[in-house]
Design a protein around this ligand. Structure first.
Ligand code: IMP
Length: 195
């Protein structure tokens, strides 16, 4: 089979992380590598739906095997919010600071601060669709701590740790993150595909 796979992302950080996981067995191309500048609408109300929209867009338009991911933060006391709306929780503009402020405000006075990050990856090989998920459980801290990472990292403390994602090195976070769990599953699947 074709050893090229399109990862439907323009996020160079994710691309690098996934290339490190998948190694040399597949050539991982980004959207810009295939000259795709389409603004693929993520209109589904589930992570799985949005990941499938992106992977299908590439498979249908370019005829190339592809995968995509969609992630977010799910907070128990907020019935799973911000969920698929994680990037645009406070404003339309991917404003991480405003998102954290809104989250801390919404949890103000609540006992239960349990939360999880979840990634769903959708893979399409020769028209067949496969789904892989990754979850890391933890809790939302009362204040920000740490400067690394992005998004909600300064207020997410994974279970069993006494520091937030933003207090971890990239290597440390990538060894336990939701995205790494989903992408490792996807990689195991790829390794077991017939030649
Ligand atoms: P994406 O689907 O991976 O682009 O994630 C959507 C949004 O979820 C991001 O813009 C962040 O707000 C949040 N998010 C996803 N993964 C992480 C993470 O590892 N740390 C912090 N925030 C994240």
């Amino acid at each position: 089979m074709d050893k090229k796979l399109v990862f439907a992302t323009n996020n160079l950080h994710k691309l690098e992380e996934v290339r490190n996981i998948i190694g040399n067995s597949f050539e991982i191309l980004s959207l810009s590598d295939i000259n795709c500048n389409d603004d693929i609408p993520e209109t589904a109300d589930t992570f799985e739906g949005n990941a499938l929209i992106k992977a299908r867009h590439i498979y249908n338009k370019y005829g190339m095997n592809s995968f995509a991911d969609d992630s977010g933060l799910e907070v128990d006391a907020l019935d799973g919010a911000p969920g698929v709306h994680s990037a645009r929780y406070a404003t339309e503009g991917h404003d991480h600071e405003a998102n954290i402020n809104k989250l801390l405000g919404a949890l103000n006075g609540k006992e239960n601060r349990d939360a999880q990050f979840r990634t769903v990856a959708a893979l399409i090989i020769d028209g067949k669709e496969y789904i892989f998920d990754g979850i890391i459980k933890g809790s939302i801290t009362k204040e920000r701590a740490g400067k690394n990472g992005f998004g909600y990292d300064p207020v997410f403390m994974p279970k069993g740790y006494d520091k937030t994602f933003a207090q971890m090195t990239d290597k440390e976070k990538n060894s336990i993150s939701h995205r790494a769990i989903a992408m490792n599953k996807l990689n195991e699947f790829l390794k077991n595909l017939p030649e």
